[in-house]
Ligand binder design. Structure first.
Ligand SMILES: C[S@@+](CC[C@H](N)C(=O)[O-])C[C@H]1O[C@@H](n2cnc3c(N)ncnc32)[C@H](O)[C@@H]1O
Length: 296
């Protein structure tokens, strides 16, 4: 199967019965002259009048909204994650001016909208979620950016028609059952001299060890490996990266992830041990994220 075959196959996801009504709603959105300011809240404004009740109805069809926040023509989408905290943590470490940038696991594109402040030459997002692509299309209808959103996974990077100067892959590694294989695909997606910014759940300790949750970690079923930073470095070396730089570690708190009325499901407070917030509900160390930069 070629990449174009995969693209064509996945385009059919837009006709699924849970997605098709959202796509029809997108087609009814008004065409307005807008301004965009990408601070912590990606904010879209217009001097033209808009039916806010209808706009909110459409946005709520697309719940859950996990990454953000966004303010669309006066409608504040208070997402589960205050993703600006992750963005602001990484911001001092990169400059994307004139670069070809990919965001792998881009969700609804929050970070990609923020990348535009650097005027990169191209921004491409990969995420195999028809719902998150639809959220992206909702926001981008008003932003009108030239960001390319591919319904592809990290596993498709080696086949991709272009290589990237900078790849972000945030919050994806622990979802992969073959983390070294995933790191290799990231390496294969890079231009010569390129770099990868990655964050993942980590456990504390200097040993080259990884936690392997039996069924769930923080109630998430598809978390396979949670490494120490040493284990993560060893995986990176085995994947062919020559530089490994730790940018920092951050404990996830309810300042960053919490239940809002834009998600109908549980959030961090339900995932931690109510008697000991340093542990997950399963008794594992509570989520800490390690941020690293990998180079060739
Ligand atoms: C935990 S979220 C992280 C979102 C965002 N990168 C962040 O850090 O805030 C994981 C994302 O990976 C996406 N995903 C799932 N399978 C994937 C795959 N095979 N390749 C790339 N992304 C994938 C999900 O749809 C989801 O948007």
């Amino acid at each position: 199967m070629t990449l174009n075959d995969i693209r064509q196959e996945r385009q059919k996801w837009m006709t699924w019965k849970n997605i098709a009504p959202l796509r029809s709603a997108l087609e009814q959105l008004p065409t307005l002259t807008t301004q965009v300011s990408a601070g912590d809240t990606v904010t879209i404004t217009s001097e033209e009048a808009v039916d806010l009740v209808e706009l909110e109805r459409v946005a709520r069809l697309m719940m859950p909204w996990r990454k953000g926040p966004f303010e669309v023509l006066g409608l504040f989408i208070d997402t589960e994650w205050r993703s600006h905290q992750k963005y602001n943590f990484l911001r001092p470490h990169f400059n994307l001016t004139g670069k070809k940038v990919a965001d792998i696991g881009c969700n609804n594109g929050y970070y990609m909208f923020r990348f535009l402040e650097d005027s990169p030459s191209k921004v491409v997002g990969f995420d195999p979620s028809a719902l998150f692509k639809t959220q992206f299309d909702f926001i981008n209808h008003f932003v009108k950016s030239s960001i390319v959103y591919e319904l592809l996974g990290v596993e498709h990077l080696p086949l991709y028609e272009e290589k990237f100067d900078t790849i972000f892959c945030l919050g994806v590694l622990y979802h992969r059952s073959d983390p070294v294989g995933m790191l290799k695909t990231l390496r294969q997606g890079l231009e010569k001299g390129g770099e990868v910014y990655l964050d993942t759940f980590i456990i504390e300790g200097d040993e080259p060890h990884a936690l392997c949750p039996s069924e769930r970690y923080s109630k998430i079923t598809n978390v396979y490996f949670v490494p120490t930073l040493t284990a993560l470095e060893n995986w990176s070396i085995r994947a062919g990266f020559t530089t490994f730089e730790v940018l920092g570690t951050v404990v996830t708190t309810s300042q960053e992830q919490r239940k809002t009325n834009w998600i109908a499901s549980q959030s961090l407070e339900d995932f931690l041990d109510p008697n000991d917030p340093t542990k997950t509900i399963e008794g594992y160390p509570a989520p800490i994220r390690g941020y690293v930069r990998l180079g060739l």
